[in-house]
Design a protein around this ligand. Structure first.
Ligand SMILES: *Cc1c(COP(=O)(O)O)cnc(C)c1O
Length: 237
C-alpha cells in the first residue's frame, strides 16, 4: 500500500473507532470524550503509529518493553505510553522508566519492584490491577476475590499510583460472550473502591472486536489495535 493510502486508511479508521466509541458511550449517558482510546501498536511500525498520532491518537499501547523502547525515539514526546503485556519482574525497571501507565500489575511483588524503580527515577507510575475474569489458566491477573487485597497493597506504596482495574477477557468472535466478564470487572471496581477507599478511576477493558460491549458495561479505557492499524503481521503476542 502506498504511504498516502496507508495514511488515509489509518486516519479513517481512527475516525470510525471514535464514532463507534461515542455511540456506545451515549448508551450509558456518557460522551465519547469520557472514554480514553489506547492505540495498540504491537508489531506496528513507528511510521504507522505516527500516522495514528497525526489523526489524533494521544495514547499508545505496547505489549513488549523492548519494542516500545525501540519505537519511542522515532515517535517522540507528546503521547502517553501504556504497557499492556505481561510484565516480567526483570523488565519492571525499564518499564517504570518508559511507560506512563502499566495495565497489567498482578502481584504485590511486581508492584514493589515497579515502585522501587520509579522512586529511584523520581517518577510516579500509574498502574492498574489486572484481574483474570475468564478463569482461564493461560491468562494473567489475580482472581476477582484477590483484587481488593492487591489494590490496597499497591495503594500503600510510593512510586506507583493504583488507578483502576484491567481485564483481557475471553476471546470470542461474538462480543456478547465477553459481556458477563466486563460486568464482573465493573462491579468489582465499585466494590474495591467502596472497601478500600481507593478511587477506581479507570476500567481498562475491550479490544477491537468487543470495545462497544465493554463501554456499555462501563469501560473508560479501551485498547484497540486491529481496528486502527489493520491486521498485524504475524508474530508473538
Ligand atoms: C493486542 C492487544 C489488544 C488489541 O487487540 P486488537 O484485537 O488488535 O484490538 C488489546 N489488549 C491487549 C492486552 C492486547 O494484547
Amino acid at each position: 500500500m502506498s504511504d498516502e493510502r496507508q495514511r488515509l486508511r489509518i486516519a479513517d479508521n481512527v475516525a470510525r473507532v471514535r464514532e463507534r466509541i461515542a455511540r456506545a458511550a451515549e448508551k450509558t449517558g456518557r460522551r465519547g470524550e469520557d472514554i480514553r482510546l489506547v492505540a495498540v501498536a504491537k508489531r506496528i511500525l513507528a511510521a504507522q503509529v505516527k500516522e495514528a498520532i497525526a489523526a489524533g491518537i494521544t495514547e499508545v499501547g505496547e505489549n513488549y518493553v523492548q519494542e516500545a523502547a525501540a519505537k519511542q525515539p522515532e515517535i517522540g514526546a507528546g503521547v502517553r505510553w501504556h504497557f499492556i503485556g505481561h510484565l516480567q519482574t526483570n523488565k519492571a525497571g525499564q518499564a517504570a522508566r518508559i511507560f506512563d501507565m502499566i495495565h497489567t500489575v498482578d502481584s504485590l511483588r511486581l508492584a514493589e519492584t515497579l515502585a522501587r524503580r520509579a522512586q529511584q527515577l523520581g517518577r510516579t507510575v500509574e498502574v492498574l490491577a489486572q484481574v483474570n475474569t475468564s478463569g482461564e489458566e493461560s491468562k494473567s491477573g489475580v482472581a476477582p476475590e484477590e483484587a481488593e487485597r492487591l489494590v490496597a497493597g499497591i495503594a500503600a506504596m510510593n512510586g506507583v499510583r493504583v488507578q483502576g482495574l484491567m481485564t483481557i477477557g475471553l476471546w470470542h468472535p461474538d462480543p456478547e460472550r465477553a459481556r458477563p466478564e466486563f460486568r464482573l470487572l465493573a462491579d468489582l471496581a465499585t466494590r474495591v473502591q467502596d472497601r478500600t477507599g481507593v478511587e477506581m478511576r479507570w476500567l481498562s477493558m475491550g479490544m477491537s472486536h468487543d470495545f462497544e460491549t465493554a463501554i456499555e458495561e462501563g469501560a473508560n479505557l479501551v485498547r484497540v489495535g486491529t481496528a486502527i492499524f489493520g491486521a498485524r503481521p504475524e508474530g508473538r503476542g
